[in-house]
Write a protein that binds this ligand. Sequence first.
Ligand code: FAD
Length: 370
Amino acid sequence: MKFDTVIVGAGISGCVLAERLANENNHKVLIIEKRDHIAGNMYDYYNDEGILIHKYGPHFFRTDKEEIWEYLARFTDWHYYEHKVKSSVQGQLVPFPINLDTYNLVHGTGLSTDEFKVKLEENKFTDSPKNAEEAIINQVGEKFYNLFFKNYSIKQWGRSPKELHADTVKRVPVRLDREDRYQLAKYQGLPSKGYTHLFKNLIKSDNIKFLLNTDYKEVIDGVNYDQLIYTGPLDYYFDFKFGKLEYRSLKFEEKTYTTDSFQEEAVINYPNNYAYTRITEYKKMTGQKHHNTTVHYEYPIEYKRGESDPYYPILNDKNADLKDKYISEATSLENVYFIGRLAEYRYYAMDDAVEAALHLYDTKFSKLKS
Ligand SMILES: Cc1cc2nc3c(=O)[nH]c(=O)nc-3n(C[C@H](O)[C@H](O)[C@H](O)COP(=O)(O)OP(=O)(O)OC[C@H]3O[C@@H](n4cnc5c(N)ncnc54)[C@H](O)[C@@H]3O)c2cc1C
């Protein structure tokens, strides 16, 4: 069979493009996915207990872009949910990102917004922080850096903020008031029947075929197609010829408790104690009713190809150079398009990934509609 487009990867980047090309251009599309499921890192499923959980860590959808929200709303209803996170520090749970309450709880004070603002301004000591440590201290001061960021970063990245680009933390969000929502975006929620259900609707077209459990390199030589959209790892496409891009990975320990509610908020961060960085209680995000509850303990780990999944690109000079070399090869290829968090070696929030995929469609493919 002849395909107009082969898409490597059934995550949101690949599936949005599949949807557009199949429905708008009448393309015959083949999606090749190496995992045993669609939905990429947004994959969710009901565990043995019947509780809806996110396999690759908590995914909370938020955007300020109405067109992205509306586009996805064609494939799902929304469960309106505003995410809140608390951090466990000095034996108490305090709002995170840092707000006025966080400051007052940690210091046992009752500062007003204006007084808090003055305290924050006292921290600033440079206009050009040399690394992430300086960038954070510059904004929140040494005490909060030590309480909330230093050890968290050592766990999360396996290195001190001193060794990371100042860009990793361009701006630490600090709220001068008592705002305790994790994000302030206009649209916030989760698909009411889960992300995987959204994906099933997204790629529900007779024009789309998919092949799961298949690394595209095992089959691509035998497939007849015109163009390739690639959402897998950038360096893997080129057989690592310039070297390997580094990632940080994660491991999740799942536990189900015989209680209706396990913790105060959906996510509690543990910056200083324990090997895990956070605990997520999924029912608090999905709104599911169940007499038991499932949580994930999240452990950052080294990424080893074949043993763990690539999660977060590691931003340093070496990886930035390597990425540039691969990207310049990638852009010179004809009829091959690199898109998504792995193929562009960058962190994409879900709405940005959808936007980038729609933009690629609009700029490259929409005029070729049949
Ligand atoms: C822990 C964590 C939490 C997150 N939480 C949020 C959140 O709360 N809100 C938010 O907006 N964003 C969040 N994100 C970001 C979100 O996961 C990404 O925006 C989204 O997954 C990007 O989709 P993608 O299609 O680009 O990549 P992916 O979802 O990774 O899809 C790429 C697909 O390609 C497949 N693939 C790779 N190599 C091959 C190959 N050789 N052959 C065939 N298939 C291959 C992979 O198996 C994968 O399914 C989070 C990310 C992480 C890591």
